[in-house]
Design a protein around this ligand. Structure first.
Ligand SMILES: *Cc1c(COP(=O)(O)O)cnc(C)c1O
Length: 431
């Protein structure tokens, strides 16, 4: 595969942006490769500047669910463009998007829109601290909640990839306010709570998507909820990835949990910058100008992002078969991929839920952070490069989820399994 123009662009990009990118994982550093440059995208595919085509399992890190450049979405956005790109004032569609989200998430009574998931989690933490009057928070190893200071402690994703436990530039005093527990190990939560009475909230990805996909074990989320109720700790669900992906609604709907605050992003903007956080009225009433917790945004509720979000949510609500179809496709994909792995005797495990999955090159089932770390990075690196050569784009890191969209069908399934067969055969020869 010729990637000459991409290589030239990357050399140029590095003159203007750190590592040439606007978000670290895009640099392909953890797989020791360099990025391709996207010219355009359609349906399940990305097309690069050298004329190569890639079946896209990254889907803008889960933000895309109807498929790239969805015709109906484009038509909607075109009309709002002529009405103005930002008002800095109220407009009716904000109400409509808020209502759609609240109808889908019974735990949310009031919500506020932001321009990114990071802003949503940052604001949720401040709100939890403001509401409870307590300072510390608990997060889980490998959960990523955006690049918020207090949440960049044992975060997964790009950070797990690079083996950086933390980020520089975060005051120790602040990091010390964040306690880190182990996902699926409730005792680690109990131990922290027993020793520390100053906990404002527990924040988690209830289905972990940033350490690869890890599902909560039976009873784990209920136990976390019980501890929160008993101790007067707020439960914050970060559903930035899972909201409207794992079902219309989110993980809380599937597991029957009632968090105090929920954070959203990605899908609800249809590929435009967005985030949201919301929860119980009594808590949300603390937000300025009603209450003393300050939160604001010049582009919050941006008319284009909001209109795109409305289109996506209404489309998903009307076409719930999208979820069953993604489910069905993942089940079939899983069966076939595991058969291929078995045939070539390569340790490979797949975790999945509707709309997303992760394949781990690991001997063991992956149900926690430590198990995810046993996934073989060297094999993943080869796998990533070989799959890319076959025109299939998986995330350039072993600790990410792969995403399906509504545009994913039979052709994509066949293309993937054929490439797997070829790539696993090659891998077998090298390990
Ligand atoms: C992507 C993500 C975020 C951050 O959202 P941004 O829009 O990138 O700021 C937060 N939490 C989770 C679970 C995410 O996957």
């Amino acid at each position: 595969m010729n990637r000459k123009k991409s290589s030239e662009l990357y050399v140029e990009a590095k003159q203007y942006m750190p590592a040439g990118v606007n978000s670290p994982v895009r640099a392909f550093q953890s797989v020791h490769d360099t990025p391709f440059y996207v010219k355009n995208a359609k349906g399940s595919y990305l097309f690069d500047v050298d004329g190569n085509e890639y079946l896209d399992y990254v889907a803008s890190w889960g933000a895309i669910i109807l498929g790239h450049a969805h015709d109906g979405l484009i038509d909607e956005v075109k009309t709002v463009l002529y009405e103005g790109t930002s008002f800095g004032a109220c407009h009716p569609n904000e109400i409509k998007l808020a209502r759609l989200i609240i109808e889908a998430f019974p735990s949310i009574e009031l919500l506020r829109l932001t321009s990114s998931g990071t802003e949503a989690t940052m604001s949720a933490i401040r709100l939890a601290r403001g509401y409870t009057g307590k300072n510390n928070i608990i997060k889980f190893k490998g959960c990523y909640h955006g690049h918020v200071d207090s949440l960049l402690v044992k975060a997964g994703s790009g950070l797990a990839t690079y083996g950086i436990p933390d980020s520089k530039g975060i005051p120790e005093a602040l990091a010390r306010c964040t306690y880190v527990a182990d996902f699926n190990h409730i005792d680690t939560v109990r131990n922290i709570v027993r020793e520390n009475k100053d906990i404002a909230c527990i924040i988690l990805e209830a289905v972990m998507g940033n350490m690869g996909l890890i599902l909560p074990e039976k009873g784990f989320l209920e136990d976390v909820q019980d501890i929160c109720r008993q101790e007067g700790i707020l439960l914050v669900f970060d559903e930035v990835i899972t909201g409207f992906r794992v079902t219309y609604g989110g993980v809380q709907h599937i597991y029957g949990i009632d968090p105090d605050i929920t954070c959203l992003g990605k899908i609800i903007g249809g590929g435009f910058p967005i985030g949201a956080f919301g929860g119980k009225k009594e808590i949300m009433d603390m937000i300025a100008p009603l209450g003393g917790v300050y939160q604001a945004g010049t582009l919050s509720g941006n008319p284009i992002a909001v209109r795109a979000g409305i289109y996506v949510l209404e489309h998903l609500r009307k076409n719930s078969d999208i979820y069953s179809s993604m489910d069905n496709n993942i089940e079939r994909l899983k069966t076939q991929l595991l058969q291929i792995a078995d045939k070539f005797d390569i340790p490979y495990k797949i975790n999945h839920i509707t709309g997303m999955f992760t394949g781990f090159f690991s001997e063991n089932n992956v149900n926690d952070y430590e198990a995810a770390l046993t996934s073989d990075r060297a094999i993943y690196e080869q796998f990533f490069k070989l799959m890319l050569e076959e025109g299939i784009f998986f995330a350039p890191s072993p600790f990410e989820a792969s995403f399906l969209t509504a545009s994913y069908g039979e052709d994509e399934l066949i293309k993937t399994t054929n490439a797997f067969e070829k790539v696993f055969k090659t891998l077998k020869g090298t390990i």
